[in-house]
Design a protein around this ligand. Structure first.
Ligand code: PAF
Length: 282
């Protein structure tokens, strides 16, 4: 595996591969890789001849009071995971390589970014779409892999790819959970043991809502209170949002008549965690 830090290195290698007829998969990440990322890389390796993993903690997708500085980083461990999983390139640019002096172009997806995390984290999806567009132009992948844990991010990127005619397939991959149900996230490392135990309430609350829906309930005003009640039982949990939205547009729905996303964001202490499930209507 090659460890590249410049756009030129990546471009030259990808051009050579394309001339040789190889397909290319891209897994964009912010590093501190865990089993969730590994599942994306494994799938990319299974479906493409060559895989590029990017590790870049993207400053422009963090708000001024968010955790950019504290975001966990461990390049050596990430490189070992990527190499063992069969990636061909680990691309780890410095911020100056991605955003040289004078950089002033951003990609703004509207509508699908208005609700959920988009409403709570102004500028976040503009930062995500800008960096992901840049990576798509640098790597020109045939397929790009994103986790369903960031369900709104996945919907926003699908919309952007369609609207801007990026010539690639966006592949969504299922949420990977710890054995006790907590969705894997690099931010789980912020939790102390008591918070780690408290964080289980997210999956418990979603599981309760899912079983209500499986018994036939479709109304948001009956489903969301089940989640709120479960979260209310945990003193360390502070709700940021609890929503049922259309799985494509991310708009609130009152009654699930098409596929819906049930999504929550909850602070456990100072750590903001997200989780969700998609409920398919037959
Ligand atoms: O999901 C992430 O880790 C990031 O938002 C992404 C897609 C790598 C863009 O920085």
């Amino acid at each position: 595996m090659e460890l590249f830090t410049t756009v030129q290195q990546v471009r030259e290698q990808v051009r050579t591969w394309k001339k040789q007829g190889f397909t290319v998969g891209l897994v964009p990440t912010m590093g501190f890789l865990h089993e969730g990322h590994k599942s994306l890389i494994d799938r990319a390796v299974a479906e493409n001849d060559k895989v590029v993993v990017s590790v870049f903690v993207n400053p422009i997708q963090f708000g001024p009071n968010e955790d950019f500085a504290q975001y966990p980083r461990d390049l050596e461990k990430d490189a070992a995971l990527c190499e063992n999983a069969g990636a061909a390139i680990l691309f780890h640019p410095e911020p100056e390589e991605m955003y040289p002096n004078g950089f002033c172009t951003h990609v703004d997806v509207t509508g699908v970014t208005d609700n959920l995390c988009g409403a709570k984290r102004p500028g976040h999806f503009q930062g995500v779409c800008t960096v992901v567009s840049k990576l798509f132009h640098m790597v020109a992948p045939d397929r790009a892999y994103f986790g369903e844990k960031d369900a709104q991010q996945l919907a926003v990127i699908r919309r952007m790819v369609q609207d801007l005619n990026f010539d690639l397939e966006v592949v969504g991959c299922p949420i990977i959970r710890e054995s006790d149900g907590l969705a894997k996230s690099s931010r789980n490392t912020y939790l102390n043991p008591e918070e780690r135990r408290a964080a289980l309430v997210l999956n418990r609350a979603l599981t309760a809502a899912k079983s209500v829906m499986e018994r036939g309930e479709r109304r948001a005003d009956r489903i969301l209170p089940v989640i709120q009640a479960e979260l209310g039982e945990e003193p360390l949990a502070k709700v940021d949002y609890v929503k049922m939205v259309d799985s494509l547009t991310m708009e609130d729905v009152e009654t699930a008549e098409r596929d819906v996303l049930v999504a929550i964001a909850v602070y456990i202490g100072k750590t903001r965690l997200i989780d969700n499930f998609t409920f398919q209507i037959q």
